[in-house]
Ligand binder design. Structure first.
Ligand code: 89Y
Length: 342
């Protein structure tokens, strides 16, 4: 099969990892890049050998429409909906970076634009593709710890996250959209759909718009009580593990711990099994984001299988809408201090 040709929409911070992750997967070729600031598009295009650049997404689609198998959108979140609707008008398959949109209604509109068209609409949601998360899923599916009745999922860090991604400071809804999207999706992946949710939020940084602390409690799947603890604090933690997510899962016959540095331990009545599930290493990845950047490769590979009709893409727009519903239900819950039932 010949390479699938694609256009990148957005050449900001994330494109420096998203594009090499595509090269790592192989079987694809970037043919054009759009960016609001053309100088930046030129810079990134030159670095990665992308032949054509545009400052207008519609002009790109007019010129390249017959040459494109898909579009990969990695622009700022508020531009996702208009760009996805634009691509839908050209019937071009789309991969859109998480978080899908700024609100539930526009996310629903994005999914609806593709529904019934036969044209793929996928969300790039990579957290569930982290090597230790896949291993936890295998362990849960093996039944070795029995029915999981409770889980704690923690992503708590003092990492200077706004240094690389300054726009995050300006989001009125920050940690639940930026990280909550990832962790609530991971909770769904591991434990099934939520039947109820309760959330509290807080703010530690004084110079940002949105919340940087959130505590979400959900009842999921066949009854697992899951707490997701999120924080970017200015606090100094004894064990800084950014961007690792730590897990403690209790089952009727055993437990699973994921500790810093990817140490995974399964404890049952027959004893403890401790292994290190480190992510694959790539030269282009920023070591400070290792586990996240490496999961871009696995996520892209899965979405490419879906585009080629060779497998099932996990994070379709329809599937990710369920994650988006949890994110905005969490804001609703925190704002009104009430439990949301699904
Ligand atoms: O934007 C976020 C993401 O998707 O992964 C980590 C991050 O860069 C900061 O929270």
């Amino acid at each position: 099969m010949t390479d699938l040709k694609f256009a990148i929409f957005g050449t900001g911070f994330w494109s420096l990892f998203q594009i090499p992750a595509w090269f790592e997967v192989g079987g694809v070729q970037p043919v054009a890049a759009y960016n609001r600031t053309i100088a930046r598009a030129n810079e990134v295009a030159q670095r990665f050998g992308i032949p054509r650049v545009y400052a207008d997404p519609q002009e790109l689609l007019e010129n390249e429409r017959d040459n494109l198998d898909f579009i990969d959108i990695i622009t700022a979140v508020e531009t996702h909906a208009p760009l996805v609707h634009l691509a839908a008008r050209y019937n071009i398959p789309v991969i859109c970076q998480k978080p899908m949109s700024t609100d539930l209604a526009s996310a629903e509109g994005m999914a609806a634009a593709f529904r019934g068209s036969g044209v793929p609409f996928y969300i790039h949601e990579n957290w569930r593709w982290q090597a230790p998360v896949r291993e936890i899923k295998n362990i849960l599916d093996s039944g070795v710890i029995g029915r999981p009745f409770r889980a704690r999922i923690d992503m708590i860090s003092g990492f200077p996250v706004f240094a690389n991604q300054p726009f995050l400071k300006k989001l009125e809804q920050f940690i639940l959209t930026d990280l909550g999207s990832h962790l609530l999706d991971t909770a769904r992946f591991l434990f099934g759909e939520a039947s109820s949710l309760y959330c509290q939020t807080d703010k530690v940084h004084r110079d940002i718009q949105g919340e940087d602390v959130a505590t979400v409690m959900m009842r999921m799947g066949s009854g697992t009580a899951v707490t997701v603890n999120l924080a970017y604090g200015e606090n100094f933690l004894e064990r800084e593990a950014f961007p690792q997510t730590l897990f403690f899962i209790e089952g009727e016959q055993g437990s699973i711990d994921l500790y810093p540095d990817y140490w995974l331990q399964v404890t049952t009545k027959t004893g403890k099994n401790r292994r290190r599930i480190a992510p694959p290493r790539y030269a282009w990845a920023d070591p400070a984001y290792e586990v996240v950047h490496s999961s871009i490769v696995a996520c892209n590979a899965n979405l490419l299988c879906g585009l080629k009709g060779e497998g099932t893409a996990e994070t379709t727009g329809e599937d990710n809408l369920k994650t988006v519903r949890l994110v905005f239900a969490a804001y609703d819950s925190a704002n009104h201090n009430r439990v949301i039932y699904f």
